[in-house]
Design a protein around this ligand. Structure first.
Ligand code: HGY
Ligand code: MN
Ligand code: MN
Ligand code: MN
Length: 409
């Protein structure tokens, strides 16, 4: 599976992945998913929001057990964020078949569309639409860097954007969703465990900062005559770091657009996107307010017009305690009996994360849990992202143990 998936959407320049929603690379990944599913005699359907489902058993029977993740990527993303969950789901099904189990509930493997939001700026579009947490009207407003709207992109890829919207009937058929994901920090590496269970996802959001000044000649405009929005932007980036340290949060300006974007012109506009996350809402509120206050202060002093727009927000996710406890029990039992998913502590660690996931979006509607696989470098959203083969195999066994208990008993 890895060998066939690896070349899709890979940038020769960076070695990272550029699998953006509704592009050719995305279509290649969708075809890959379909072929994996059909090779296993699963029924493939694409829902109204472009998420792919591969079914074993009757999708309408109810109380289905669903696993999966996403295949899209951030700009120059790693190989594991998303794909590890999808590959592991197919591999876990293979493992269950090899064990000769019989399924008592329908099982589905899902590939959620546009999880990263790399193209249209909003993460988890497929699951948000399905869960009714993004309306059709809001989705129609989304545009990529070339001004192409989400419905235009969907249509160009051969999908019907008219159909998008909430899908409560689909969610009502699901009894549990379990997403396996590469860990995006180093907690498991530090604790010496191959596998972890998610407790929560930090509240997080994206804010767009537009700093508007005055374009002018870089060689002839005296420093005192300038209204340079890049300076205010730079001060704001430093403020974000300071405020994040004060609040015990994280804050990042990772994307920027400059107009007119000429080496020898003072910019007329600098647009930067703030990604801010914290373990609790109060800390997040503090960092977000602190950055904006500092930015407005700099802007006022330098004659810059500042507009701040909150583009997305995801409140804290506290995963189902019942399902989380069940996973702890299943994996604890499995470790005791031999398959060995636990580390030195003898328990499967339960950990929170600052990364967003479709599982977080769905957790408001259905019982949802996540498994993390150790990432020894802690690097993610980069080509350096990594998980060792043994740990990936431990992840597959853990997922198979969980699915067997949930779907076969
Ligand atoms: O956390 C994120 O940046 C995204 O939802 N994966
Ligand atoms: Mn990601
Ligand atoms: Mn992911
Ligand atoms: Mn000139």
């Amino acid at each position: 599976m890895w060998r066939s998936l690896r070349p899709l959407g890979r940038s020769a320049a960076s070695g990272g992945y550029r699998r953006y929603a509704w592009t050719d690379a995305d279509a290649d990944c969708r075809l890959w998913f379909r072929m994996q599913a059909e090779a296993r005699r699963l029924d493939v359907e694409t829902d109204r929001n472009g998420n792919q489902w591969a079914w074993l058993g009757d999708p309408t029977a109810g109380d289905a057990v669903v696993t999966g993740s996403h295949l899209d990527s951030v700009p120059d993303g790693g190989a594991f964020d998303g794909p590890l969950g999808v590959v592991s789901s197919f591999a876990a099904l293979d493992e269950l078949r090899a064990r000769g189990v019989s399924f008592k509930r329908p099982l589905a493997i899902v590939n959620f569309g546009d999880e990263e939001g790399a193209r249209f700026g909003l993460a988890c579009v497929g699951s948000r639409l399905t869960a009714g947490r993004l309306t059709k009207e809001q989705a129609y407003e989304l545009r990529d860097a070339d001004g192409i709207s989400l419905p235009q992109a969907m249509e160009a890829a051969g999908y019907d954007p008219d159909a998008i919207g909430p899908d409560p009937e689909r969610l009502a058929r699901i009894g549990a969703f379990v997403e396996l994901h590469v860990e995006q920090g180093r907690a498991l590496d530090l604790s010496g465990d191959a596998i972890g269970i998610a407790s929560s996802i930090w509240p997080h959001g994206r804010w767009r900062y537009d700093f508007a000044g005055e374009a002018n000649h870089a060689g002839t405009t005296r420093l005192v005559d300038r209204r340079d929005p890049m300076l205010t932007y730079a001060e704001t980036v430093l403020a974000a770091r300071r405020e994040a340290e004060l609040a015990g949060a994280v804050a990042t300006f990772g994307k920027i657009a400059v107009e007119p974007n000429g080496v020898n012109a003072i910019p007329s506009l600098v647009r930067g996107w703030l990604d801010a996350r914290a373990a609790d809402q109060d800390a997040l509120d503090a960092v977000v307010a602190g950055v904006e206050t500092a930015a407005r202060d700099y802007a006022d002093r330098h004659g810059i017009d500042l507009t701040v727009v909150r583009e997305s927000f995801t409140p804290v996710v506290d995963f189902s305690h019942a399902l989380r406890d069940e996973l702890s029990r299943i994996l604890g039992d499995a470790a005791a009996s031999a398959t060995g998913t636990t580390g030195p502590s003898g328990k499967v660690p339960v950990l929170g994360t600052g990364a967003g996931h479709d599982a977080g979006i769905l957790s408001e509607s259905i019982p949802t849990a996540m498994l993390f696989v150790r990432n020894p470098t802690g690097v993610s959203h980069s080509p350096a992202e990594f998980a060792a083969e043994d740990d990936c195999l431990a992840g597959v066994r853990a997922l198979a143990d969980v699915l067997e208990e949930l779907a076969c008993r």
